[in-house]
Ligand binder design. Structure first.
Ligand code: MRU
Length: 353
C-alpha cells in the first residue's frame, strides 16, 4: 500500500475515500490530526486492512470504501481465468472486515447485485458504477438528513456530540456533524461540546479537526464530563450517529453513546440519532441481535501508542454499545424524522421500497 502526504486540507473539501485511476485513495484517519496522509489501495486485501485498522472508519464511509475495494480487486484480477471466484471471495472478506456497521455488508451486497453474472471488463465496469452510485447517494443523503436534523432545533442551541460523524465518517456533510454544520449555517448553533471518545479519541482527533477546519465554535471535553455539563444546563441536545439501527429503533453506536442517552434522559435533554436509511437494518429485530465488535486490548491500555496501564492487564474493549429505542427522542434520516414508537415508522419506511 503506497502512502503519500499533503500539507493541508481546504475547508469543505474533506473526502475520506475516492477512486483514482485503478486505485482507491483513502485519507488515513489514523494519522490525523498530526499529518494528512493518503493510502493508495490496489487490492481488496489492502482495503480490508485499512478498514480493520481504522484508516477509514464510520459506517457510511466503510460501506463506500468496501465497495470500491471490491472494484479494485476486480481490476487487479480481471485477466485471470478465476477472476469471478476471486472477486466473490474478496466480497466475503470485505463484508466481514468490521461486523457492527451494517453499511459495509449492505454495500457489498449492493455491489454483488449490480455485478450479477458479469465477467471480465463488464464486471469491472459494473462494480465501479455501483461504487460511484453508492458514494454519490450517501453524499446526497447527508445533505437531506442535515436539513431534517436542523429543523428539530428552533432556538440557538448548544449541542453535545460523540465520536466522529463528519465528512471523514460519512462522505458529504456527515451525519450528526452534518446536522451541526446545517445549524451553524442557519445561525442557530452557539457551540458544540466534543466528547474526546475514548479509547481511540475519534472526537478529539477527528471531530475537533473537522470543526476547526470549518471554524465552528466548539470545546473539547472528556467523556466523563457530559453529566456535569447537562446538570449545569449547558447542553440543549445530544446528537450522535449510528452504526446499525435495528427494526425496533435500538441503535448501536460508538461505545459511550448509551451512557450519554441515559444521562440525557435523566436531565430531560433531547437525544437525537442522525443516520442515513442505509444504516437501518430491518432484518435485525432488536439491539440484542446486533453484533458488537471487540477490539484489541492495547487500544485501552495505550493512549496515542503510550502505555497507560500495565502491559498485560486484562481489558474489555467493545467498540460499540446499544442505546435502547425508548431513550432516543428522534431518529433523523434522509427520508425524514422518525419518532417513537420506531418499529412502525421503520417498517413503513422499508415497505415503501
Ligand atoms: O469505530 P468507528 O470510529 O468506525 O465508529 C464510528 C461511529 O461510531 C460513528 O458514530 C458511526 O459510524 C456513525 S458516523 C456516520
Amino acid at each position: 500500500m503506497l502512502r503519500s502526504r499533503r500539507g493541508a486540507v481546504d475547508v469543505g473539501t474533506i473526502t475520506a475515500v475516492w477512486p483514482e485511476a485503478d486505485t482507491l485513495k483513502i485519507l488515513d484517519q489514523r494519522q490525523l490530526p498530526g499529518a494528512v496522509e493518503y493510502l493508495t489501495c490496489r487490492s481488496a486485501a489492502e482495503v480490508v486492512a485499512a478498514i480493520a485498522d481504522l484508516a477509514v472508519r464510520g459506517a457510511p464511509a466503510i460501506g463506500v470504501a468496501g465497495l470500491y475495494g471490491l472494484w479494485v480487486e476486480a481490476v487487479r484480477v480481471s485477466a485471470r481465468p478465476d477472476a469471478r471466484d476471486r472477486v466473490l471471495d474478496a466480497a466475503g472478506r470485505l463484508r466481514h472486515a468490521r461486523p457492527t456497521a451494517v453499511n459495509l455488508a449492505a454495500a457489498i451486497d449492493f455491489g454483488l447485485e449490480k455485478l450479477g453474472t458479469a465477467t471480465g471488463p463488464e464486471a469491472v465496469s459494473r462494480l465501479r458504477k455501483a461504487a460511484d452510485t453508492l458514494a454519490a447517494e450517501e453524499r446526497t443523503r447527508t445533505h437531506r438528513q442535515a436539513q431534517w436534523g436542523a429543523s428539530l432545533v428552533s432556538k440557538t442551541a448548544s449541542l453535545l456530540t460523540h465520536c466522529n460523524t463528519g465528512s471523514l465518517a460519512a462522505v458529504g456533510m456527515g451525519t450528526a456533524l452534518g446536522m451541526i454544520r446545517a445549524l451553524y449555517a442557519a445561525g442557530r448553533l452557539s457551540q458544540v461540546w466534543v466528547d474526546e471518545t475514548r479509547p481511540l479519541l475519534q472526537g478529539a482527533r477527528l471531530t475537533a479537526w473537522e470543526l476547526a477546519q470549518d471554524g465552528i465554535p466548539a470545546r473539547l471535553v472528556t467523556d466523563s464530563m457530559a453529566g456535569s455539563l447537562m446538570a449545569q444546563g449547558l447542553v440543549d441536545a445530544v446528537v450522535v450517529g449510528a452504526d446499525r439501527i435495528a427494526a425496533n429503533g435500538d441503535t448501536a453506536n460508538k461505545i459511550g453513546t448509551y451512557s450519554l442517552a441515559v444521562l440525557a434522559h435523566y436531565h430531560q435533554v433531547p437525544f437525537y440519532v442522525v443516520a442515513p436509511v442505509t444504516t437501518i437494518d430491518p432484518k435485525t429485530p432488536d439491539g440484542h441481535r446486533i453484533p458488537i465488535e471487540e477490539r484489541h486490548p492495547d487500544e485501552v491500555r495505550r493512549v496515542a501508542g503510550q502505555l497507560v496501564a500495565p502491559a498485560q492487564f486484562p481489558v474489555y474493549n467493545p467498540a460499540f454499545d446499544v442505546t435502547p429505542a425508548h431513550l432516543i427522542s428522534a431518529i433523523v434520516t434522509d427520508a425524514g424524522i422518525l419518532r417513537p414508537p420506531y418499529a412502525g415508522a421503520i417498517a413503513a419506511l422499508f415497505s415503501e421500497d
